[in-house]
Design a binder for this molecule. Structure first.
Ligand code: CMP
Length: 150
């Protein structure tokens, strides 16, 4: 993982991506700026893992570029199987933060990837101040949880 500098263009691109998630909703400018200040950008190489099933989660991610594979082990000894693929505009890492539980899947890079990384504290302040986003992200997590593939 290589941290990248976050430029004004990156911030604008992030805002554009998360608009579909109603991430900012009717948040005031002060909060919005505080959240964007916490935003990080990271490059991962093909094969690198961004999240590992069973580990603690401290970040929420939004894909800027590249393709990632979500895989899960159903039991301690079972082999991981692929449950989904994620690409630009998709988010992940919400479940561990919503449930305060370990990561429920491993997310690894199928190609070189660039992802936005938002620390849990910033993610939680968006949830607390923006009920529309909270409802949407909870619905997404519930659908992923219920995914028969997963
Ligand atoms: P989290 O458990 O924090 O870390 C692993 C992430 O993989 C998880 O949050 C979800 O964002 C994502 N994930 C888990 N299961 C699925 C699924 N069935 N489809 C898409 N993404 C998933």
């Amino acid at each position: 993982m290589k941290p990248l500098p976050v430029t004004a263009d990156d911030t604008i691109a992030f805002s554009r991506i998360v608009r579909g998630l109603r991430f900012f909703g009717s948040m005031d400018m002060v909060l919005l700026e505080r959240i964007l200040e916490g935003l990080q950008l990271a490059a991962y190489g093909r094969g690198e893992k961004v999240c590992v099933q069973g580990e603690a989660g401290h970040f929420f991610f939004v894909v800027r570029s590249g393709t990632l594979t979500v895989s899960r082990r159903r039991g301690g000894l079972s082999l991981p199987h692929r449950v989904a693929e994620l690409g630009p505009g998709d988010c992940f890492g919400e479940m561990a933060l919503l449930d305060e539980a370990p990561r429920n899947a491993t997310v690894s890079c199928r190609t070189d990837c660039v992802v936005y990384v938002l620390p849990a504290v910033h993610f939680r302040s968006v949830l607390a101040r923006n009920p529309e986003f909270a409802a949407q992200i909870r619905a997404l997590a519930a659908a992923r949880q219920a995914d028969p593939e997963g």
